[in-house]
Ligand binder design. Structure first.
Ligand code: PLP
Length: 377
């Protein structure tokens, strides 16, 4: 049996989510735009889902727009700020996902925006005084700062950043793809204009997510065609995906505290055993700090192997992990480049879910210590 520790890339689908989705594939297949009974039933299901998600996040149903996932939600937020709200200056971080950074680079290349990066230290902590200076010295900006980084797990204080944005009349977009379903978000409390989420990061299906857009914030129409999603996003809705997304979020919210405690315990156990049994271990960013990092992610620097890459070696031994973002496999990580990591190490992201066990963590430790013992012999 393989050991899957790549849950920041994607999580396994919950069986309960699958069961909730199948009737919308097999039986309730009506097009939500059709006026007959089957169409009305499909439309009703989508609007129920929107209400449920809005209820969980303390938002209004009309503030939830279903998308094909996190990438589309991030793109829509940024393009709306630029094309619909007339923003010409974006303040962001060197740690954002490519869904944000590549969108911003493209807009910069086209001469539509200027980008400012918030300074950070060697652990990836953002300098929020610098953010305030940037806000003070520029006319109306968009601030795009993720809640938690997908590679090193660093958590950013989006509550405080939202307050700063409000003080300086800036728009605030936060990529919460790694935290929705793992932390509670209260959108009455958070001063955000845009927030992005993706179902496959919390045991829902791939290819579906949502954008929260605060009422009154202008949005552009990204995809043209029919009148779906209030003419913002044309195309027949992914109804089984939307049902899966909603069910996954409901399950996540019902069990959020116990899952957090359980997964944090797996992570703590792993850290302790790594430090005791594997040589020259270091942790990248804040990922070993319980209060400052996502409890699902641990980014570890391990001695590089001469004969193979550590990632390949672990894969051959039945362990699925990654070196960083699954979306940028093959290129060196922009996140690790922005912090202090040793060139002599292989950096491995281990990411956990409620389906992992202590026995799996112990097996990984045994495999790692065998790899390094063989080397030392
Ligand atoms: N943002 C972050 C932080 C992510 O980790 C990911 C996925 O890895 C995305 C955005 C993109 O989400 P999706 O795969 O749903 O397009």
């Amino acid at each position: 049996m393989r050991i899957y520790l790549d849950n920041a890339a994607t999580t396994p689908l919950d069986k309960e989510v699958f069961d909730a989705m199948t009737p919308y594939l097999l039986d309730h297949y009506g097009n939500p735009s059709s006026h007959h009974e089957q169409g009305r039933r499909a439309r009703h299901a989508i609007e129920e889902c929107r209400n449920t998600i809005a209820g969980l996040l303390n938002a209004l149903p009309e503030e939830i727009i279903f998308t094909s996932g996190g990438t589309e939600a991030d793109n829509t937020a940024i393009l709306s700020a630029v094309h619909a709200a007339g923003i010409g200056h974006v303040i962001t971080t060197r740690f954002e996902h490519h869904a944000v950074l590549h969108t911003l680079r493209d807009l910069q290349t086209k001469g539509l925006i200027k980008i400012s990066f918030i300074d950070n230290d060697a652990h990836g902590n953002l300098d929020l005084q610098h953010l305030e200076q940037l806000l003070a010295s520029n006319t109306r900006s968009l601030v795009s700062v993720m809640h938690a980084n997908n590679e090193i797990g660093n958590l950013n204080d989006i509550e405080y950043i939202g307050q700063l944005c409000e003080r300086y009349d800036a728009l605030f977009h936060t990529d919460t793809v790694q935290t929705v379903g793992h932390y509670r978000h209260d959108l009455q409390k958070l001063k955000v204009h845009f927030l992005a989420a993706s179902a496959h990061k919390f045991h829902g299906p791939k290819g579906v997510g949502f954008l929260y857009c605060r009422k009154g914030t202008p949005l552009i129409q990204l995809i043209h065609g029919g009148g779906q999603e209030k003419k913002l996003r044309a195309g027949t809705e992914n109804i089984h995906g939307i049902v899966g997304l909603t069910t996954a979020l409901q399950i996540a919210y019902a069990e959020i505290d116990e899952h957090q405690a359980y997964i944090q315990q797996l992570k703590d156990h792993f850290i302790k055993r790594l430090l005791n049994e594997v040589p020259e271990v270091s942790f990248n960013g804040n990922s070993a700090h319980a209060d400052k990092s996502l409890y699902t992610v641990l980014n570890v620097g391990l001695p590089a192997l001469e004969y193979s890459s550590l990632l390949r070696c672990l894969d051959e031994q039945g362990i699925s992990v990654s070196g960083g973002s699954a979306c940028s496999t093959g290129s060196s990580s922009h996140v690790l480049q922005a912090i202090n990591t040793s060139a002599h190490k292989d950096n491995v992201r281990f990411s956990f879910s409620k389906f992992n066990t202590i026995a799996e963590i112990d097996s990984v430790i045994t495999i790692l210590s065998n790899i390094y013992q063989t080397l030392a012999a």
